[in-house]
Design a protein. Structure first.
Length: 162
């Protein structure tokens, strides 16, 4: 756990699109146990069948803050992710994507609350300005925008024990 314990990295990211190892695979158990003990966060890219895998690890490791990447990519994705986040208090919705459908951020805030939504970008791979604009110009309160733009992530980082 060099990157966490020695270097102080508070996040975990297993990138399923490259390694094809399911998030609930026994291979990850030591990592998830360490992350749970230290209250780290994990960014997850969902794949076919991942919902049940995420449910399993969110239940087994309640101290990890699981951020579901690209939750605003479509209205159907937003609806699916909101439902999942309502089941588990340690699941958060990260909103970045190349294009975010009009109304998806407002939907997530209305259904889940701004406290569980995280701003992110795919910068430097993609221009961050449109991604910033989707949130900045969404029809939600300024206090909700402040939570999503950074206060929520700060709260997640502050609870980490490294």
């Amino acid at each position: 756990m060099f990157w966490h314990g020695t270097m102080g990295f508070k996040g975990c990211k297993s990138y399923y699109p490259r390694n094809n190892v399911p998030y609930n695979a026994p291979l990850y158990d030591p990592w998830w146990e360490y992350a749970n003990e230290h209250r780290l966060f994990a960014l997850l890219h969902l794949y076919s069948g991942a919902t049940n895998h995420v449910k399993e690890i969110a239940d087994r490791y309640p101290e990890i803050s699981f951020l579901l990447a690209h939750s605003g990519s479509s209205m159907s994705t937003a609806e699916e992710r909101v439902k999942l986040a309502k089941e588990f208090k340690n699941i958060f919705l990260e909103i970045t994507y190349t294009a975010v459908p009009h109304g998806s951020i407002e939907y997530m805030v209305k259904e889940l609350g701004a406290e569980r939504i995280i701003f992110g970008t795919d910068a430097p791979m993609r221009d961050h300005r449109p991604q910033f604009g989707w949130l900045a110009y969404s029809d939600i309160s300024e206090s909700d925008k402040r939570l999503i733009f950074g206060e929520n992530m700060k709260r997640i980082l502050d609870r980490c024990r490294l």
